[in-house]
Each structure stands twice: as structure tokens, then as C-alpha cells.
Design a protein around this ligand. Structure first.
Ligand code: 5RP
Length: 236
């Protein structure tokens, strides 16, 4: 059922992509559906798009699907970016980074005229509360951990993975800390506070200023959540 809801959200968001667009390609299982829908549109409608992948995983999949790819050097401004989320609210606050791609995901989202989120209904919550992924320079991870605790973190966990002993390394060669702040009442404030810590590369809180809309796959169809007044145009 969940896969069906993800696919519905992906189909709805992929409809927004137009011929000639430069498209940010997100990371994760829902974003994967978007890539597959785009490939179908390329074949069926002869749609011409250039994808900017947000991770090695997405780049490999996109190449396998035959999607044309570009870089931010060639295309520093994107028409649209479509990506998943780990948790989201009706106010368009997000937590991302479950797949460890949060830094490139945030850069690509910031460069897009329109940033569209795709998710199934299980991601919707009243308040963000899951651990926030924070990408850190390996050299600084321990002092950053201390600073995060001073900023109110209840628990800080260095992310480790399967298939490799020790910490997970991101596509940028950094570590990820999963930081439990409990219920997050003011995500924008917390994002700004984390960003101030020297050694932090980026955190997985995405604020409403960055998000244009959310396409949510539900049992009753696709719900589109929008901010009351615009959004999705914050620049780096
Ligand atoms: C990767 C992400 C993903 O978009 C997020 O983890 C959602 O993934 P999924 O669609 O598989 O639930 O932020 O860094």
C-alpha cells in the first residue's frame, strides 16, 4: 500500500515538469518513483529534461534509466526539484536526510525555482520530532556533538552503516550525526542555531521558505499542501 501511495505522489508531482526543464532529482524510495515516472514521460511524450542528481545513488539510477544528466556548474538555476522527506507538517516543515543526502538535497532545493516534496501519508505529523540528521566534518564531529548537546540535544548518535565498519561517509566524505531534540517547537530557529556551529556542514531541517508544495499520497487520493503565501524560493 505504501508503495502505491508513494507512486501516486510521484505521478502527481512529476506532472509539474515541463519540456526543457532542468530538474533536481531527489534521493530515497519516493524520489525513485519520480525518476521512473519521468523516464516514462521522456519515452511517451518525448519530453526533454536535464536531471541534477542529489546523490550518487540517484545518479546511478538516473543513468541506468537513460535520463539526461547535468551538473550545478552547467545549471546553477533549476526550474524544479522534486524530493522525498522523512517527516513533514502541514506548515511545510520537513526533516530530511534519512538517506544521508541532505546536503546536496538542500543545495539543489535552494537552487530550484520550485521545490516540490513527495511523500506518503505516514510522513505527516503534527510536530517534527524524529532525530535530525546533521552532516559534520569528520575532524570536528566531537566538538560539534558537545555544541549540539548545549543547544538542547537529548541524544546524539554517530551514524554507522552496514557493509562498512565505523561511521557512514556521505557523498561529500563527511559524517552524519542523528540528533534527537524531542518535539521541535520552532524548526526555523533550531535550523539557524545548528547552522551556527563551526564544523556543521548542513542539517536536515528544511523550513517552509524553501518548500513550494507537498504532494502527499493518501488513501483518498493525492493531497497537495501549499503555504498560504508562495514559498519555495529561498536562495542560498
Ligand atoms: C534522503 C532523504 C529522503 O528523501 C528521505 O529519507 C525520504 O526517503 P523515502 O522516500 O525512502 O522515505 O532525505 O537523504
Amino acid at each position: 500500500m505504501k508503495e502505491k501511495l508513494k507512486r501516486m505522489a510521484a505521478e502527481s508531482a512529476a506532472e509539474l515538469v515541463q519540456d526543457g526543464d532542468v530538474v533536481g532529482l531527489g534521493t530515497g524510495s519516493t524520489a525513485r518513483h519520480v525518476l521512473m515516472v519521468l523516464q516514462e514521460r521522456v519515452k511517451r511524450e518525448k519530453l526533454r529534461i536535464t536531471g541534477i542528481p542529489t546523490s550518487s545513488d540517484t545518479r546511478i539510477l538516473a543513468a541506468k534509466l537513460g535520463l539526461e544528466l547535468g551538473t550545478l556548474e552547467e545549471h546553477p538555476e533549476l526550474d524544479i526539484a522534486i524530493d522525498g522527506a522523512d517527516q513533514l507538517t502541514e506548515r511545510l516543515e520537513l526533516i530530511k536526510g534519512g538517506g544521508g543526502a541532505l546536503f546536496r538535497e538542500k543545495v539543489v532545493a535552494c537552487c530550484a525555482k520550485r521545490f516540490v516534496v513527495v511523500a506518503d501519508e505516514s510522513k505527516l505529523c503534527e510536530r517534527l520530532s524524529m532525530p535530525v540528521p546533521v552532516e559534520v566534518l569528520p575532524f570536528a564531529w566531537k566538538p560539534v556533538e558537545l555544541a549540539l548537546r548545549r543547544a538542547g540535544a537529548l541524544e546524539v548518535r554517530l551514524r554507522t552503516g552496514s557493509g562498512k565498519a565505523g561511521p557512514v561517509l556521505t557523498d561529500n566524505g563527511n559524517y552524519i550525526l542523528d540528533v534527537d531534540f524531542g518535539r521541535i517547537e520552532q524548526p526555523e530557529r533550531l535550523e539557524a542555531e545548528i547552522a551556527k556551529i563551526v564544523g556543521v556542514v548542513e542539517c536536515g531541517i528544511f523550513c517552509p521558505a524553501l518548500v513550494s508544495e507537498v504532494h502527499l499520497g493518501t488513501r483518498d487520493g493525492v493531497r497537495v499542501l501549499r503555504r498560504p503565501a508562495g514559498g519555495g524560493n529561498r536562495k542560498i
